[in-house]
Write a protein that binds this ligand. Structure first.
Ligand code: CMX
Length: 136
């Protein structure tokens, strides 16, 4: 895969309005964007830590992926996202190694990135996202 860096770390929270002030104090920087990703049934809030972002995820629907996660496991670390190039090729490579793909093809995620998820059951329990920024 050779990711260039950790693009972001996704953290599931019950309420962005409660969580944002904590992260602003912890990181010493303001939340720079809040965005709803309708097809993922989440509202997101972003912070920067060097080249990496922290993405807070609040569910907008109890049946969405984050709603179900919080119901089962509570708030906490939800996924890790790696920045890669040629995402379509990386997905073929992962499938060729027997890794279960959640997304067979790249799709649009927050901040206009192309994204795809790998299933946590084939990535040692960590929901893994691959991201490509085609604007760069
Ligand atoms: N991390 C680790 N394990 C997870 C997980 C997560 N985030 N979410 C679910 N699981 C586990 C479940 O606990 C379950 O484990 P057990 O069988 O041991 O209980 C297993 O994965 C499969 O669960 P499931 O009931 O079959 O599937 P779900 O309906 O819970 O869906 C998943 C799980 C990962 C396939 C689904 O959440 C998904 O497609 N996620 C990708 C999209 C996403 O997460 N979007 C939100 C973020 C969007 C953004 O960043 O913008």
């Amino acid at each position: 895969m050779k990711p260039s860096h950790i693009e972001h770390i996704g953290i599931a929270v019950k309420d962005l309005d409660n969580a944002i002030p904590y992260y602003e104090k912890l990181l010493g920087s303001d939340c720079y964007a809040v965005e709803e990703v309708k097809d993922q049934k989440v509202k997101t809030a972003f912070f920067k830590v060097g080249q990496t972002k922290i993405e807070l995820l609040e569910s907008t629907d109890p049946e969405g992926p984050v709603g179900k996660f919080i119901e089962k496991k509570g708030e906490g670390l939800h996924h890790i996202a790696f920045a890669v190039s040629n995402l379509g090729e990386r997905l073929k490579e992962a499938a060729g190694h027997g890794i279960r793909l959640i997304d067979q093809q790249p799709r649009k995620g927050a901040e206009g990135l192309d994204i795809a998820f790998l299933h946590p059951k084939s990535t040692f329990g960590v929901l893994t996202e691959l991201c490509e920024d085609k604007s760069k």
